[in-house]
Write a protein that binds this ligand. Structure first.
Ligand code: AMP
Length: 439
């Protein structure tokens, strides 16, 4: 049954804003979350990346603030970029009497003090900086009776559990809480038991399954050939690319190497100054360069519609991060590709990723990948057994086309229109919902 936003009984002003933003049809997570949250219920939500989660919590939050002008709402996210992105996504929906403040680390305190002097009733930020303001007394949350925890699994992974606990001591006990997490491990369920009141569970698809419109490929290579393989992949593809590497140092090194190989690239990682991080993201968003080399932390939650390819130069540290990484492409119903450069040492990691997604081993793994040389995952459902599957070149369910040497992107026709080839985007797949125009 399709429904439009009118069916939720939203205030007319908000409906007008949504219409201006070309949000015609609610996405599945919005359909599930908005009615429950409008009834005042706590919601524990899991959704695949790019499903419209921000508006799913943002719309009820705005309605709450419109109905309760003396209230404050708080949104906490794991990273600065995600907080800024959430603010940017909600800004066009905000009525003029809702004032938002962005409180993130790495930004000047005086700038944030002046935002706080305006008496904002919507606080968006990262747990560290929010705690900092609470301790200084520059932020008061005794009226914050609506809270959103976004990407909660990542916040806990990053060690923000203690700060979240602290922030909650400054908030009223009587409040509405919406908690979103891409995965639902035991610690999240425990957290929800501690901080939520009879939460309603909502989920879209499986959080261990990437979106169906992401085409995944394996490219078998060796450490020595990896860079050459990467160049071959970049040459065969068009459109913006995000490349994930393991270390902060690795991002900068690879970006420099790519620039030396005549590619337009930049690097982002958690150690860069906030101003630099903002600039790198802004320039990538504006397609001033084609390739962003990133660590997991820096790329979490990024919503950049023109990313067509995710290349895992190094596999991620934990299998769940694979789902997040590849979710940077195929945003809002578009198509995308995920390419994994696999060396024999990655066998154990790939096995854990495949198990997370399919509940079984990947039969396409070459036997030589069976014995990992220390590259497996420890503690998070990692590889403990032995891969006995013969290499058949294609996995049993046909989703992965293993390629030896040549990565086989049989993509699109050549670019046109005078744009550089990589700037020509793929047509969007409208099956999921009508995506809005790229901002
Ligand atoms: P999110 O998962 O919140 O990051 O959203 C992913 C993308 O979908 C963003 O670019 C949103 O602006 C867009 N979006 C979210 N909800 C809708 C909707 N109902 N209609 C059209 N676009 C949407």
């Amino acid at each position: 049954m399709s429904q439009d936003f009118n069916g939720f009984g939203l205030p007319a002003k908000l409906l007008q804003s949504l219409a201006r933003m070309k949000y015609d049809t609610p996405t599945p997570i919005q359909l599930q979350t908005i009615p429950l949250a409008l009834e005042g219920k706590d919601v524990l939500g899991s959704a695949q990346t790019g499903t419209g989660k921000t508006a799913a919590f943002g719309i009820p939050l705005i309605v709450h603030l419109m109905n309760n002008p003396a209230s404050t709402a708080l949104i906490m996210t794991p990273t600065r970029e995600l907080a800024a992105q959430v603010r940017a996504a909600l800004e066009p929906m905000l009525p003029f009497d809702v004032k938002a403040a962005l409180l993130i680390g790495g930004e000047s305190m005086p700038k944030q003090f002046s935002q706080l002097n305006q008496k904002p009733n919507l606080i968006i930020g990262t747990p560290g900086r929010i705690t900092d303001h609470l301790m200084r007394g520059t932020l008061k949350l005794e009226r914050a009776d609506f809270m959103v925890l976004d990407e909660t699994d990542r916040m806990l992974d990053m060690g923000f559990g203690i700060q979240i606990d602290k922030v909650l001591t400054f908030m009223p006990k009587q409040r509405q809480t919406l908690l979103f997490s891409a995965t639902m491990p035991a610690n999240i369920i425990k957290l929800s038991g501690k901080y939520m009141h009879k939460p309603e569970r909502v989920a879209v698809g499986s959080t261990t399954t990437p979106a169906a419109n992401i085409h995944q490929e394996l490219v078998h290579t060796t450490d020595t050939d990896k860079y050459t393989q990467l160049l071959a992949q970049l040459d065969q593809r068009k459109g913006s690319v995000i490349i994930f590497v393991k270390t902060k140092f690795g991002t900068e090194k690879l970006a420099k190497r790519l620039i030396a190989s005549d590619h337009k690239a930049d690097a982002i990682h958690g150690d860069l100054q906030q101003r630099r991080r903002d600039r790198v993201i802004r320039n990538f968003r504006d397609q001033r360069y084609r390739i962003l080399v990133a660590t997991d932390v820096a790329a979490r939650g990024l919503d950049i519609p023109h990313i067509e390819h995710v290349i895992n130069f190094d596999l991620p540290q934990c299998p769940e991060d694979y789902i997040h990484r590849i979710g940077r492409t195929a945003r809002a119903g578009a198509d995308g590709c995920a390419v994994n450069l696999l060396t024999p040492a990655d066998g154990a990691k790939w096995k854990a990723i495949h198990r997370l997604m399919h509940g079984k081993d990947d039969p396409s793994m070459p036997a030589s990948y069976a014995k990992p040389s220390g590259g497996g995952y420890k503690g998070r459902g990692g590889y403990k057994g032995k891969n006995t599957g013969p290499f058949k070149g294609k996995s049993a369910d046909g989703r992965f086309k293993a390629k030896s040497g040549e990565g086989g992107y049989k993509g699109k026709p050549a670019a046109d229109g005078g744009k550089p080839a990589w700037k020509v985007n793929k047509p969007r797949n409208k099956a999921n919902f009508k995506p809005k125009k790229a901002a």
